[in-house]
Design a protein around this ligand. Structure first.
Ligand SMILES: NC(=O)c1ccc[n+]([C@@H]2O[C@H](COP(=O)([O-])OP(=O)(O)OC[C@H]3O[C@@H](n4cnc5c(N)ncnc54)[C@H](OP(=O)(O)O)[C@@H]3O)[C@@H](O)[C@H]2O)c1
Length: 236
């Protein structure tokens, strides 16, 4: 299978890459800004799983006007995309009146506009797969009716936007082979969480969450389309 994972340099994305790399017939395109960390992961996978096929692409997803070129480069050597996981995420935790427009623009570019443009440009590749699955990673903070946290207005509202985009795309492509789903994650012990909420102990590790997303990316399209699923052990 041909798989694209954004936000692969650390956290949940990094763990996801390791899981997909175990099956050496998978060709995995990993995207993040930090080239050194991507190369480190690439080397790790080569050592652990001989013949794993990883293509690292250092790219800033906020550069939405360059996404066409990025995809043209990918598709020239790889016509079909089976799975796209829009996992890259950016969080700024600040009281609402201190969030700058620049903060909000970056948050929305990483969490909504980058994925929107990436999906759009990948539609031809996704259409060529027998069954394609786009998994968008949202947050419980962006899930309707969930508990909201002060300081996360821009982040959580951007996560609500990617969730709504998922529903819209599922409707628009319902006659096609492409399924779109969104996972609204609860707290996971990653650098993102540690930076935003120092000292908070999440009930789930990055590896545990990656295992769930891995399984869902492979199988969720069989039963779900256009769904926003809360993935959280805590209530409500
Ligand atoms: N951890 C949680 O508690 C939690 C809860 C709910 C939802 N989520 C969501 O789960 C996903 C993964 O989160 P995580 O906790 O693993 O976060 P993380 O450790 O901060 O990792 C985020 C990833 O996104 C990439 N990224 C950020 N800005 C980017 C940009 N401009 N261009 C390309 N890549 C970019 C980062 O790579 P570079 O820095 O190398 O670019 C990194 O690989 C995110 O969408 C997050 O919002 C996490």
């Amino acid at each position: 299978m041909n798989i694209i994972i954004t936000g692969a340099s650390r956290g949940i994305g990094k763990e996801l890459v390791k899981l997909f790399a175990e099956n050496v017939s998978n060709k995995i395109f990993i995207i993040s800004r930090n080239e050194a960390k991507l190369n480190e992961l690439h080397e790790y996978c080569k050592k652990e799983y001989k013949n794993s096929q990883i293509h690292s692409i250092a790219f800033d997803i906020t550069e939405t006007s360059k996404i066409k070129t990025l995809v043209d480069d990918l598709l020239s050597e790889n016509e079909t995309i089976d799975i796209l996981i829009n996992n890259a995420g950016f969080l700024v935790a600040k009281p609402f009146d201190q969030i700058t427009l620049a903060d909000a623009e970056t948050i929305y570019k990483v969490n909504v506009l980058g994925p929107l443009e990436l999906i759009k440009k990948l539609i031809p590749g996704l259409k060529k797969a027998e069954h394609a699955h786009v998994v968008n990673i949202s947050s419980m903070g962006g899930f309707q009716g969930s508990v909201k946290f002060p300081g996360l207005a821009a982040y959580s509202s951007s996560k609500a936007a990617i969730a709504s985009l998922t529903e819209c795309l599922a409707e628009e492509y319902k006659e096609s082979n492409i399924k779109f789903n969104c996972l609204a994650l609860g707290a996971v012990a990653t650098e993102m969480l540690a930076e935003a909420f120092p000292g908070y102990e999440a009930p789930t590790t990055a590896k545990q969450m990656a295992e769930f997303i891995y399984d869902f990316a492979l199988n969720g399209h069989k039963m779900f389309n256009g769904k926003i699923l809360p993935v959280s052990k805590t209530t409500p």
